[in-house]
Design a protein around this ligand. Structure first.
Ligand SMILES: Cc1cc2nc3c(=O)[nH]c(=O)nc-3n(C[C@H](O)[C@H](O)[C@H](O)COP(=O)(O)OP(=O)(O)OC[C@H]3O[C@@H](n4cnc5c(N)ncnc54)[C@H](O)[C@@H]3O)c2cc1C
Length: 638
């Protein structure tokens, strides 16, 4: 058993001649203490899991197979379909080598016979997977969950329950989820719940941000009021109101989640509500978000309101961010190098611990990296801020670390994802994220299980921790996504035409950026009133000659009607006469500009100018598609 935090910290050696500040030296020492103690506390079962994990890390294909198996085993409801899919994966990839001999034999049996009795074999496979992951994902069935929560409570660990669920397809589902959160808040065994904004409203998209904020505020208000009404009795007998935490998901959710959080808590009657949200250090913009939140919370507390809480995390949706960025032609929103994430984590930690902030925004230090945890613990201890800071870890991820930490840190909150047997499909995304964390090359957890103090791996992790302080000195401000649709584009295209193999698509508009959202709103505003008498006057272009509407002569005038506003005229244009058509065809045949014989380089230059004009007129074209074709802006872009 470790002694008290005071004693542990007092015993840490500090070399006053070293260039490293004392608090960093102490953090290095404390990380060693925690690591050594964690190893002592590791159970045989944890050691078995560690060996499996190590074997998996040794083989890239095993990780792929495990990902596919986890993904597919629970996708299809029909046992035959699921069994076929699983045997197909095993046939193609082979039985993963990292499983124990017993499990490999089971899987081989399944591969040979699973398809004969899928109705029996599949439930067995699913049950086995559920069992294997039960330490990471708790069963949400009330009695089982209650028992687990009570055990943790007795052990002095506070629990934060997250009923797993990923983005929803419809509003019925959202309603069901909201009701399940409200019901959870009524359970005496639950103190804290974590909620994802995308699970209480199904239609959150960056372009509908204003509307989404309104809907989210209404729904969050229900949760916050329910939490404020209910009471939880902690192990020491103190009664506290319940607490709702908002998880952070993708970059595009940052703005909407933060705004909905603050606007809801601004509502009358919620001044003393306790609530929190997560901010991800791998997103550079999170630092700006933190500054905004701090300023707002300081005002709230000054007016007599309750402090809120920020859970500081590094970020767990890297793969999704990469996919989105590459599909849309954007910069990846998170940093590309871990050292930047680590530096931003420290920048945000320092900001959070400033005396003027910590009173208004309590802090949850959420990390499994013992260097980060130790550093935060040293700072918090030295500044006497322990009552404002809690340390947060994930249930089942390196539990031995958490047990070591809880011997010295008084306030630990354990994040416990839970799901019911029939909804286990919801666990897949979570499991894959955890698998990524366990296997990311620079990640602490990849090494955590077999880590020995002073080993080469330990020194490498220590170096990374120290280097991030150097990086912090030059870490720039501002996000990585800087596209600005309001920027005036030059008339000339950028550079010479490029070869086909170098072609890249024009990036979509990034509506998660506030200035681009305003740009989009400007398009709607401009076209809303551009109708009836003010409808667009569209000319005819025949053989290079532009014939304006007012010079249409005796040509018939046609009207464009907005499909979303029946009867509203949004444009008028002359219809081409037979002579016009004849003239156009003759022009095409005669080819007066020599287009048909033009060499490709020259054509390329002309087309590049056309592309540049399309770029410059993007807003007009999108507006026209909306007014004349009834297209949503998100249908014309992309
Ligand atoms: C209690 C708790 C709650 C959490 N809640 C959330 C949440 O709401 N939302 C969420 O997104 N995550 C959440 N996480 C997960 C968290 O974001 C981290 O993924 C996880 O904790 C691993 O980070 P670490 O500090 O423990 O370890 P470390 O090993 O120090 O850091 C690993 C992290 O570094 C970052 N990283 C790795 N490689 C790179 C790279 N090449 N470029 C840039 N960055 C890189 C990634 O964020 C990766 O997860 C939570 C974690 C905990 C413990």
């Amino acid at each position: 058993m470790l002694v008290t935090l005071d004693d542990v910290i007092a015993e840490l050696e500090v070399d006053l001649s070293s260039s490293a500040p004392p608090e960093i030296q102490k953090a290095l020492g404390l990380a060693r203490v925690l690591q050594r103690r964690g190893v002592e506390l590791q159970t045989p079962e944890e050691k078995r899991q560690q060996r499996e994990l190590e074997r998996m890390m040794g083989s890239e294909t095993d990780k792929i197979t495990l990902t596919q198996m986890t993904d597919q085993a629970f996708r299809a409801n029909a046992p035959r379909r699921a069994a076929e899919q699983l045997t197909h994966i095993l046939d193609v990839q082979g039985v993963p080598r990292f499983f124990s001999t017993f499990d490999r034999t089971l899987l081989k049996g399944f591969q040979s016979f699973g398809n004969y009795l899928p109705g029996v074999a599949m439930p067995m496979v699913r049950e086995k997977m559920r069992e294997e992951t039960a330490n990471v994902i708790l069963p949400a069935e009330r009695e089982v969950l209650k028992k687990h929560l009570e055990e943790r409570r007795q052990g002095g660990v506070r629990m934060n329950v997250n009923y797993l669920g990923e983005a929803l397809l419809g509003e019925k589902d959202a309603q069901r989820r909201l009701e399940s959160y409200l019901a959870a808040l009524q359970l005496p065994e639950i103190e804290v719940i974590s909620v994802k904004a995308t699970t209480i409203y199904s239609q959150i998209t960056p372009i509908s941000r204003r509307h989404a904020v309104k809907v989210l505020c209404d729904r969050l208000e229900l949760l916050y009021r329910a939490a404020a009404r209910e009471r939880y009795t902690r192990a020491d007998g103190t009664e506290v109101p319940k607490f709702v935490y908002l998880d952070m998901e993708e970059y595009r959710d940052l703005g909407v989640t933060l705004e909905a959080f603050m606007r809801t808590l601004d509502r009358p009657g919620l001044e003393s509500a306790r609530a929190g949200l997560a901010l991800q250090a791998y997103i550079p913009d999170s630092y700006e978000a933190q500054l905004e939140l701090n300023a707002w919370a300081r005002e709230r507390v000054k007016k007599g309101g309750a402090p809120v809480t920020v859970r500081l995390v590094k970020g767990a949706n890297m793969e999704m961010e990469r996919v989105e960025a590459s599909i849309s032609g954007w910069e990846q929103a998170p940093y590309k190098d871990k050292i930047d994430t680590d530096a931003n984590y420290k920048r945000m930690l320092h900001e959070a611990l400033r005396p003027e902030n910590i009173e208004a925004v309590n802090l949850g230090v959420a990390s499994h990296n013992l260097f980060e945890v130790a550093y935060a613990l040293v700072l918090v201890h030295e500044r006497g801020l322990l009552e404002h800071v809690q340390f947060e870890m994930l249930e089942g991820m390196a539990n031995h670390q958490r047990r070591a930490l809880s011997e010295v840190a008084p306030n630990i909150l354990l994040y416990a994802p839970a799901t019911r047997q029939e909804e286990f499909i919801n666990a897949i995304g979570y499991l894959i994220r955890r698998l990524d964390e366990n296997s990311g090359p620079d990640n602490f957890l990849r090494h955590a299980f077999k880590l020995e103090v002073d080993s080469e791996e330990w020194r490498q992790l220590e170096r990374m921790f120290l280097e991030s302080f150097e990086r912090l000195k030059e870490l720039p401000r501002g996000g990585r996504r800087t596209q600005n649709r309001n920027a005036e584009l030059p008339e000339e295209p950028p550079g010479d035409p490029i070869a086909l193999e170098d072609f890249v698509n024009e990036p979509d508009t990034d509506f998660s950026l506030e200035h681009n959202l305003r740009w989009a709103e400007g398009i709607v505003e401009a076209h809303e009133t551009r109708c009836d008498e003010k409808a667009a006057a569209i000319g005819l272009a025949i053989a290079g000659e532009l014939i304006p509407l007012e010079e249409a002569g005796d040509r018939r005038i046609a009207e464009c009607i907005d499909p979303s506003r029946p009867g509203t005229v949004v444009g008028r244009y002359p219809k081409a006469s037979s002579e016009d058509i004849e003239r156009a065809l003759t022009c095409a045949k005669d080819d007066p500009t020599g287009w048909r014989k033009m060499e490709s380089g020259k054509r390329g230059k002309i087309l590049a100018r056309v592309a540049q004009t399309l770029r410059r007129r993007r807003a007009d074209l999108m507006g026209a598609a909306m007014a004349d074709g009834g297209k949503l802006l998100t249908e014309s872009d992309p």
